[in-house]
Every structure is written in structure tokens, then in C-alpha cells.
Write a protein that binds this ligand. Structure first.
Ligand code: GLC
Length: 627
């Protein structure tokens, strides 16, 4: 059952697809105090949800802020990441889901200030609140998902493996990557193009020097079963003579400052302007631009920098130069050195800037800061709506920033993580929360984006990520190469990635069931085994689809781990490419997982495909049963 409570919302976010009457007379589970929603928790209450956030599957014990943030340090002290996913599921004496539908900042203090208290504080007290109750945790999620509409389903080939790197700067780098994968017999379906394919980082342009014939490259790779997936950034370079800028400027499609002038910000292309995705005409116009790339055979995109990420604004930079004038010709002491440095650092993603530009929406003119969390969502929607019209097949599309609602138009990846062991676990722990909020096509940068990866880290990360719908290895410029061929030997990588392809029929089928029935593809164990007290405390294992459980290794040099089986299960082991099984009883087991082995567990028989070099070559019908 879903109850709607309305607190004078000022903006319809578009997250919800069902029209519900306002609930009358039914008391809220929360008390209202000083413009916060509060609830006393019992000792054992757990809280799930919040999508893309740091820390555990059970979110209790920390404070989270929904404010889409371009922050490349996903450490435990962070309150916001790239998404705003305002759904929590409280599992205590009272059990319910709550969705706080507001486009602006909202804080979820879940036992941080007072360990027994939930305190939820919207910065602007204008929102719709939905309270969802049902018989089970899974049923609450399904009710909520029916409220927000069906999840995006990507094309089948998007379940293949993809390689990306910010640093493939020319056509040869891409061809060389494809050759090395195929020479090593490692399956691959996608190679991603980062910003270097563009001409001076201008959206919908192609560098004539470095990618002289992208159409041919795209065609040649497709012949080999590999698709090219380019990036599109939110900001548009401010440059007269660049058609996208000229047109958007003439039509008034960019966000404006208080004087009605285009608001100018610094992002990858230098001085840039921000398409007003909350203006449907502007969104439609920007979406049509993808045609420049679909016309040459491109079938998928990743949308980036759409929190929106601002390195600085023209206005902020001018102020900073003024402030820095006083250090000119002076010998800096330590404090003034740090002060000067911080003057520049503070420019990035500043609230002052977010408060200085406006959107022209059908619901009126809105200051960006007040509707900040919707920007990435509307960029994804603009691309999705256009791409569905431009092509018959659904596109592959995923984004960095998001709000609930964007799950209907695309997937998300979890942004600029690090090559840290802790980030394998973090990625695992983010998956159920994301699924609750409708984001099913999701995954993290395998091997870690920032800092350098090692062979063992990549092996362990792949062994987990072979179960995530989006399986992409991606790394930042300047880091060590981390392709599956980059560490000398390729056999172990071939085995793991081949196993992904053998599992695709099961993974795809599970994904489609989850999308069609408003279910979760990844679930915490206690969602399936609600009466199992041990399962409630498990934070490093997940159920995948209806018959598989994973318990990956995420510690350096570990060769075994404790695994909890909530019922008798078959242990499936892949060792040097060979599959073997063993029956195990419900309870704890010390499971040996030498580097290169992949181990998972099934409660019911599972079907594997024959190895294939890509999804086109995969035989979806010739399946063999294990477990
Ligand atoms: C951002 C993206 C990252 C990309 C980089 C360069 O940091 O999150 O994935 O590689 O920009 O485009």
C-alpha cells in the first residue's frame, strides 16, 4: 500500500508515474519537528536504500546528503556521491519504505547524531512523501518500484564485457586494444571512447587528426563484434563558429544568470555553457545532436559531468584572481600559501555557482540550486527520448549523475572510484540500494578509476563484477594500464571473462525478470531469508537473480573467506576454466578461493552457455546445467 503526503511541493520532479490521492487521516510513521521528519528506532532496526552512497548495505549509523556531487574520493566520510536516491526502507518494529520526492538537497541522519534516531531534513520543506507498506521487504520494494515506473532495459550486447580508458587518444589506440583482446582470446563487446575522441572536447565533434574516419573505425570494429561507445559531456564549449554553441545560444537553450546572460563555467573544454535540460525544447534540441554519431553507426553512449560538474565559473574565477592579487610579488608564508591554494580549490562545484544560474522550465523559472538533483536525470532523459526516435533498437545509455526517474531512461555507473580493495566491497554494497531505486543496469569502474591497479586487484574485481549488468574496465589518464592483457599473462583473465559470457543467459534473464516485475536483481541475503538472524548481518554477500549467491574476495592476499549459506547450496567453482561443484550445508563455511578461481553458490540448478568471443557469437539456447 502506498500513501502520499504532500508538503506544498514547488516542483514536480517526474520521478513518480502513478497519480495517487493525498492520504487523509492516516498518521505518518515520522514525527514532524523543526522541519525534520524524525523516528525513534528500536535497537535492532536496520535501514536500507539510498542508492549510490558510501558505507554498508545497512545504512544505519551515518549521515547522508542527497546532492549530486562530482567527488572523486569515495571515502567513508563522504555524505554525497553522484546520485540523489531518496528512498529508504526501515526494517524495525515498524517496517515501511519512504520516498522523499524533492529536487533539492535533503539530509538523512540515520542514527549519526543520535544513534537511535532517524532525522530527515529537506533543505527546502516542499516535497511529496510516499510511505509504502507491504508484507515483506521485497514486496515493499516492488510497490515502490511500481510507483516510479519500469527500469530501463539495455540491448542484449550491453551485457558483454567492455574496455575503457581515459587515455586512448587516437584511432590506433582503439584498434590496438581490440587486437590485443582478440589475440589473447579474451571476449569483448564494447570499447569506450573518452573525451579525447572529440575535437577540443566539443560535444558531437570528432577530432580530425586523431580519429580521421570514426565511421570506418566503428564499422571495422562492429565487423569484429565490438561496438564503440562514446562519452557525451553536459557542458558545451563556448566558441563562436561551433554550431552546437551558436544554435543553443541563439535559441536561448543554455542556463542563464540573473541578468539573462548565458552562465559561463569551466569544464573540460574550457569556458563552456550548460544546456538547460529542464527546458523540454532545449532537451529535445540537445538530444537530436546525438544523431551526428548514430549516423556513423554508434549505438550507445555514456553521459558524464552532469551533476553538473563545474571546475569554476567565469564569475568565480574573476573573483579569485582579485583575491589572489594581494600575493603578487610577496613571499608566501605557509598559511597564505594554503589560503591561496584554497581560493582556487573552493571554486570547484561551489554552492555559490549553483545558486547563480536559472532554468526555464514548464513549471516556471527555477534557480539551479533548488532543482540541482534533476540535472543529470534530464540529460539522460533528453538522450534516451531522442535515441529511441533515431533508432529502432533501444540504445545502450548510462550516466554519472541521476535522480530516481532516470532509471527509466538509462543505467548509471558509480563514478570515479579508486584502485582500492575497499572499493570492491563498496561497489557490492551499493548494488542493492541502487536496485531498490530502480537502477538495474549498473556497475563500477572495474580495477578502479583513480590510482594504479595491480594484477591481483583486477582479478578479484573482475571475479565480482562478472555478475554486475554493466561490466566495464575503466581507468583515469596517467594511471597504469589495467586492460585484461596489461599484466603479461592473459589466461586467468580469459577464464574469468569467458565465465561472464557463459553466465549471460542467466544474468540477462534475471535482469529482464527484475525489470519487468519491479524486482531487485541484487538483493541482501535477508531479503530472501527474512527469518534468518545471521543473514540480517551479512554485508559482503549478495543474491543475484533467483538462484545464485555471490561471496567475492575483496581483501589483498586473501585466499579464502567465510561464507554464510542461508540454506543447503551447491558451491560452483571455476578453476583454470573448468567448472566443478560441491554440495554444502546451510551455515558457515571457510571457502578456499585461490587467485583466479571464481566461486559462487546456487540453490537451484543453473544453466551455462558455451564459451563465446562476444554476445553475437553466444548461443543462447545451447545451455548446460550445473548445480
Ligand atoms: C570524469 C568521468 C571519467 C572520465 C573523465 C574524463 O572524471 O567520471 O569516467 O574518464 O571524466 O572524461
Amino acid at each position: 500500500m502506498i500513501k502520499r503526503y504532500s508538503f506544498s511541493p514547488i516542483y514536480d520532479t517526474g520521478a513518480v508515474v502513478k497519480e495517487l490521492p493525498i492520504s487523509k487521516g492516516t498518521p505518518l510513521p515520522f514525527a514532524l519537528s523543526e522541519r525534520s521528519f524524525t523516528l525513534q528506532m528500536d535497537e535492532n532496526a536496520r535501514i536500507y536504500g539510498l542508492g549510490e552512497t558510501v558505507r554498508g548495505i545497512n545504512k544505519r549509523g551515518w549521515v547522508y546528503e542527497s546532492f549530486c556531487s562530482d567527488d572523486p574520493f569515495h571515502t567513508e566520510d563522504k555524505r554525497s556521491l553522484y546520485g540523489a536516491h531518496n528512498f529508504i526502507l526501515v526494517d524495525g518494529k515498524e517496517r515501511f519504505g519512504a520516498f522523499f520526492d524533492t529536487p533539492s538537497k535533503i539530509t538523512f541522519d540515520l542514527g549519526y547524531t543520535d544513534s537511535d534516531m532517524i532525522k530527515i531534513t529537506p533543505e527546502c520543506f516542499a516535497l511529496e512523501l510516499y510511505i509504502i507498506t507491504a508484507d515483506s521487504l521485497k514486496a515493499i520494494v516492488s510497490e515502490f518500484r511500481s510507483l516510479i515506473g519500469k527500469s530501463y532495459i539495455p540491448p542484449k550486447w550491453a551485457f558483454g564485457y567492455g574496455q575503457s580508458r581515459w587515455g586512448y587518444v587516437k584511432e590506433d589506440d582503439i584498434r590496438c586494444c581490440a587486437d590485443k583482446y582478440q589475440d589473447a582470446g579474451i571476449p569483448i563487446d564494447m570499447i569506450y571512447l573518452d573525451i579525447d575522441y572529440m575535437d577540443s572536447f566539443k560535444d558531437f565533434s570528432i577530432s580530425p587528426e586523431r580519429f580521421p574516419d570514426l565511421k570506418k573505425l566503428c564499422y571495422d570494429l562492429k565487423e569484429r563484434g565490438i561496438r564503440l561507445i562514446p562519452i557525451i559531456d553536459a557542458a558545451v564549449k563556448k566558441e563562436e563558429g561551433y554550431a552546437v554553441y551558436d544554435e543553443g545560444h541563439a535559441k536561448g537553450y543554455f542556463c542563464k544568470d540573473e541578468n539573462g546572460e548565458d552562465f559561463v563555467v569551466g569544464v573540460w573544454p574550457g569556458m563552456s555553457v550548460l544546456p538547460d535540460f529542464l527546458n523540454p525544447e532545449a532537451a529535445k534540441w540537445f538530444g537530436q545532436k546525438y544523431k551526428a554519431l548514430t549516423d556513423i553507426g554508434i549505438e550507445g553512449f555514456w553521459n558524464d559531468m552532469n551533476e553538473p560538474a563545474l571546475f569554476y565559473s567565469e564569475k568565480g574565477l574573476n573573483n579569485a584572481y582579485e583575491e589572489l592579487k594581494h600575493i603578487d610579488d610577496k613571499q608566501l608564508d605557509a598559511l597564505s600559501f594554503f589560503g591561496a591554494r584554497d581560493t582556487l580549490v573552493r571554486l570547484q562545484n561551489s554552492d555559490d555557482d549553483y545558486k547563480s544560474f536559472y532554468h526555464n522550465t514548464p513549471q516556471g523559472r527555477f534557480r539551479h540550486y533548488d532543482v540541482h538533483n534533476l540535472y543529470g536525470y534530464h540529460m539522460t532523459k533528453s538522450a534516451y527520448d531522442a535515441l529511441c526516435g533515431l533508432r529502432e533498437e533501444p540504445p545502450l545509455l548510462f550516466s554519472r549523475a541521476s535522480y530516481i526517474g532516470a532509471h527509466r531512461c538509462g543505467g548509471i555507473w558509480t563514478g570515479d572510484n579508486h584502485s582500492w580493495w575497499s572499493h570492491i566491497l563498496q561497489s557490492l554494497q551499493q548494488m542493492p540500494g541502487l536496485n531498490m531505486c530502480g537502477f538495474l543496469y549498473t556497475g563500477s569502474d572495474i580495477g578502479g578509476f583513480n590510482s594504479s591497479c595491480t594484477r591481483d586487484l583486477l582479478i578479484r574485481w573482475l571475479s565480482f563484477a562478472l555478475f554486475t549488468p554493466l561490466m566495464r574496465n575503466h581507468a583515469a589518464a596517467g594511471t597504469r594500464s589495467q586492460e585484461a592483457y596489461a599484466f603479461g599473462d592473459t589466461e586467468v583473465f580469459r577464464h574469468i571473462i569467458t565465465l561472464r559470457y557463459r553466465l549471460i543467459p542467466y544474468l540477462y534473464d534475471s535482469f529482464i525478470k527484475a525489470a519487468e516485475n519491479d524486482e531487485m536483481y541484487f538483493r541482501p541475503l535477508c531479503f530472501d531469508y527474512e527469518d534468518d538472524e545471521v543473514a540480517k548481518g551479512i554485508e559482503d554477500q549478495l543474491m543475484v537473480g533467483d538462484r545464485l549467491m555471490i561471496a567475492p574476495i575483496y581483501r589483498q592476499n586473501a585466499v579464502s573467506r567465510n561464507v554464510y549459506l542461508p540454506e543447503d547450496m551447491t558451491q560452483v567453482r571455476m578453476h583454470e576454466g573448468e567448472i566443478s561443484t560441491e554440495e554444502l550445508k546451510k551455515g558457515w563455511h571457510d571457502v578456499s578461493v585461490p587467485l583466479g578461481d571464481v566461486v559462487f553458490f546456487t540453490a537451484k540448478p543453473l544453466f551455462l552457455a558455451k564459451p563465446a568471443e562476444n554476445t553475437t557469437a553466444l548461443d543462447w539456447d545451447d545451455l548446460e546445467s550445473v548445480g
